[in-house]
Design a protein around this ligand. Structure first.
Ligand SMILES: C[S@@+](CC[C@H](N)C(=O)[O-])C[C@H]1O[C@@H](n2cnc3c(N)ncnc32)[C@H](O)[C@@H]1O
Length: 368
């Protein structure tokens, strides 16, 4: 199937594998399987293990990588139609992209018209622009979702690979954008990718650029470190990783319990905590990167989204408001009253969380 292009719209650490290195730091002794249920620390451990012994920890041979289930588990429910919040957002334009979107003067008319996709395309364009990629380069879109950014990269003359942990996302990506010589999609957990997947090479230094848009909040703290180290491994010297994520404003991410006490936001999107904004650059440096730039996009992303969520919470809580939304989007007709109430609660919870988070774009370079 031919690829379809979306409309325009340092010298680092020792070459060990990311997961093993994270685990080693965590227990200070030896590589440990990151699987929650596995306590084994290797051949000498007496703790119960998943049965897979640590392998050689040189480049390209990740410890327990193949088939391992990392914690937190993949967010299947967040991106399925069983999530009323997702269904609602799809009615208002979420489709090729599943991200918040960026509100700029140019995208304001689209917001008023209820077309969130234009905001999302703007965000993806701004985020991709940070890559400074060139024709002919090999680029990984880590956590590609439904494939838009990978397809855009292929459209600009790169060879693009989109990886996502959810098979449903990858099958949507293939349906929406196809596959071809310059565009490939595959299912993989980017916290511990295999050396090769579905014929796609994920070996050391095999990419010029890596892009990861609004996904790392799903990874968990060890998973974020692991991803940064894997990203470092996958990039050639001189390569660049653009990591855009929702981040915690303060130092203590567990304080999310105060603004999301019923876990409405966290359970809707299946994650536990955001990475504190100040900690990300430290993690990136520890993985070997030079931090080229850290941008704060809160005013154009999380802040307006928080305001929109407050408004939605009020509208969805009243029969009149619900009727108005249904009239505008008949596809919402199948939401039950219980789902509407849940949606209103979730929207209010998003408003509460929005004031404690920021939206951060990190531009990270692998030294030559
Ligand atoms: C908010 S969506 C963003 C998707 C895409 N980047 C976009 O902008 O449309 C987050 C995506 O990350 C994926 N994801 C979460 N954890 C992952 C992991 N460990 N490995 C690969 N993909 C993951 C989810 O399946 C989901 O598609």
């Amino acid at each position: 199937m031919e690829a379809r292009v979306p409309p325009a719209g340092g010298n680092g650490p020792a070459p060990t594998t990311a997961v093993a290195a994270v685990a080693r730091r965590a227990d200070g002794v030896s590589p440990r399987c990151p699987r929650e249920s596995c306590k084994g620390t290797g051949p000498t451990s007496s703790a119960p293990s998943c049965g897979r012994q640590p392998e050689r920890t040189g480049p390209g041979t990740p410890h327990h990588r193949e088939g391992a289930t990392l914690s937190p588990a993949p967010p299947h429910d967040a991106y399925s139609r069983g999530n009323p919040t997702l269904r609602f957002l799809e009615e208002f334009g979420w489709g090729d992209l599943v991200s918040l979107g960026r509100l700029t003067p140019l995208t304001l008319p689209w917001l008023v018209g209820g077309r969130l996709d234009a905001l999302q395309r703007r965000l993806a364009r701004d985020s991709l622009a940070l890559l400074r990629h060139r024709r002919g380069q090999r680029v990984l879109d880590a956590c590609c979702g439904r494939g838009y950014a990978a397809a855009a990269l292929a459209g600009s003359g790169c060879t693009a690979v989109g990886l996502d942990v959810l098979p449903a996302q990858i099958s949507q990506a293939r349906q929406r954008f196809g596959q071809g010589a310059r565009l490939g999609f595959a299912v993989a957990d980017v916290r511990a990718p295999p050396a090769r997947v579905e014929g796609i090479d994920l070996g050391d230094a095999s990419f010029d650029r890596i892009h990861c848009l609004e996904a790392a909040f799903h990874f968990g703290p060890p998973g974020r470190s692991a991803f940064l180290m894997e990203g470092f491994r996958l990039l050639r010297p001189g390569g660049r990783l653009v990591l855009v994520d929702i981040t915690w404003r303060g130092e203590d991410p567990h304080r999310i319990d105060r603004v999301d006490p019923a876990r409405l936001v966290r359970d809707t999107w299946q994650f536990d905590e955001f990475e504190p904004r100040t900690r990300y650059p430290r993690l990136a440096r520890r993985a070997g990167f030079t931090v080229h730039k850290v941008l704060d996009w809160s005013n154009t992303v999380t802040r307006p989204w928080g305001q929109a969520a407050a408004l939605l919470g009020r509208i969805a809580a009243t029969p009149l408001g619900r009727a108005a939304l249904r009239a505008r989007r008949p596809g919402l007709g199948d939401l039950t009253l219980e789902e509407w109430r849940h949606l209103a609660d979730v929207a209010r919870a998003h408003h509460a969380v929005a004031s404690s988070v920021s939206y951060t774009a990190l531009v990270l370079d692998k030294p030559v």
